[in-house]
Design a protein around this ligand. Structure first.
Ligand SMILES: NC(=O)c1ccc[n+]([C@@H]2O[C@H](COP(=O)([O-])OP(=O)(O)OC[C@H]3O[C@@H](n4cnc5c(N)ncnc54)[C@H](O)[C@@H]3O)[C@@H](O)[C@H]2O)c1
Length: 378
């Protein structure tokens, strides 16, 4: 079996879907690996390192023409046209935005596994790209906060006087939020966190942060461990009660998301006006509309004296480790599929017998198998 690794073409993407370490493991299972020249360049994996791991360095068409293709982002139409009918594509396939890609894959006869749809169950943890990349994002986002905040995070006592520790508020304590809490704590900040799912309180405490309790009149816990959309009343209460807390923050790291929906607004313009000059908002939900309506995706702005950061691809700022984690997740998924087929790539059998493959296979046998339930902002 030949596995192809094309170079990512999306602007700003620096990751690569397989590293010299993982291609070595694929080779050890008897696969031939075709890596596009310079595919790992921006993640600091040289062609020489891939060659030493035994891959064949190829052009774009050959990498896309393999039986199995690993990518980070969804392919363009031009890339899909270069894929072989019957091939398997594994990648992040942007499952909330239907721009015709999934149908184009099905029409090309390509089977496609969307990593975003892998169920968040214990058995699938080694394949969970959302978690591995969100952890990196939470860490890197706090470092961005330290860069933009013109003061110290830890308590500093010097002969020139002392500086108070920063008060960091993390909104949304999922995978990214918990890593942000841990990182800000390691840097010596006083950390507070809030989430609509009350069950995360214990996890927040275990990381040494304080949980902000708000009485918004309902729980935000939804299906599958995710949050659900709040009623309009609860949203207003949440915004008003949070505004009081946010006034006291030096740095806010907001991560709140609801799958396939616009991010909830947690930091209103009034809340920003209430913050001190030089405070920082790291809005990690910028790509889905932002937790603060003043944030703009991939821009850093200053409004009402507050610095608002809308970086949307934090893992791409740490491409070496992000690629290390990503490529291990993808490799584990391929090995899992092969194990289900007794060493063969039998997607129909895997899809019918296994929840992980069944849930994430969005195109197979010429058919699109996924229709997102996208809800728009009211
Ligand atoms: N293998 C596993 O068992 C596994 C692995 C990873 C994650 N998970 C679970 O998956 C779930 C989703 O995690 P995620 O990090 O992908 O979440 P996410 O990125 O979808 O959302 C981030 C956080 O924002 C919170 N949020 C949403 N609306 C909010 C609002 N209005 N106010 C405040 N907070 C709000 C959510 O509750 C969530 O904690 C969690 O329950 C997590 O524990 C399970």
């Amino acid at each position: 079996m030949r596995v192809g690794i094309p170079r990512e073409t999306l602007l700003g993407e620096t990751r690569v879907a397989a590293t010299p370490e993982t291609v070595g493991k694929l080779r050890a299972r008897g696969m031939e690996v075709l890596v596009e020249r310079k595919a790992g360049d921006q993640a600091h994996f040289s062609d020489a390192a891939y060659a030493a791991a035994g891959v064949v360095l190829v052009d774009t068409a050959s990498a896309l023409g393999a039986e199995v293709v690993f990518k980070v982002h969804k392919p363009t139409r031009d890339e899909i046209a270069q894929m072989k009918p019957g091939a398997l594509l594994i990648g992040l396939l942007d499952i909330c935005h239907d721009d015709g890609t999934w149908k184009a894959l099905a029409d090309q006869g390509v089977s496609a596994l969307a990593l975003e749809l892998i169920p968040r169950i214990s058995r699938a943890q080694t394949m969970d790209v959302l978690s591995s990349q969100a952890g990196i994002a939470g860490y890197r986002a706090v470092l961005e906060g330290t860069r933009l905040y013109a003061r110290f995070f830890p308590l500093m006592m010097t002969s020139a006087g002392s500086a108070k520790p920063a008060r960091v508020i993390v909104l949304g304590a999922g995978v990214a939020g918990l890593q942000a809490i841990a990182t800000a704590r390691r840097l010596g900040a006083q950390v507070y966190a809030y989430d609509v799912r009350p069950e995360v309180k214990e996890q927040v405490h275990s990381l040494g942060a304080k949980f902000i309790e708000l009485d918004i009149g309902e729980s935000g816990a939804g299906a599958g461990g995710y949050a659900k959309k709040l009623s309009q009343d609860a949203q207003w209460r949440e915004q008003a009660l949070l505004a009081e807390e946010l006034k006291k923050a030096d740095v806010i790291v907001s991560t709140a998301q609801i799958p396939c929906m616009p991010a909830p607004v947690l930091i209103t313009e009034e809340a920003v006006i209430g913050m001190r000059d030089g405070s920082v908002v790291i809005d990690m939900a910028a790509a889905s509309g932002g937790n603060c309506p003043l944030t703009e995706q991939d821009k850093t702005l200053r409004k009402h004296g507050v610095i608002l950061c809308g970086i949307s691809n934090y893992p791409a700022l740490m491409p070496t480790d992000a690629s290390n984690f990503y490529s291990r997740n993808v490799m584990n998924l391929l090995f899992h599929i092969l194990d289900l087929g007794g060493g063969e790539l039998d997607l129909t059998k895997a899809m019918e017998e296994d929840e992980i493959v069944g849930a994430s296979l969005i195109a197979h046998d010429g058919r699109q198998r996924w229709e997102p339930k996208i809800k728009k902002k009211e």
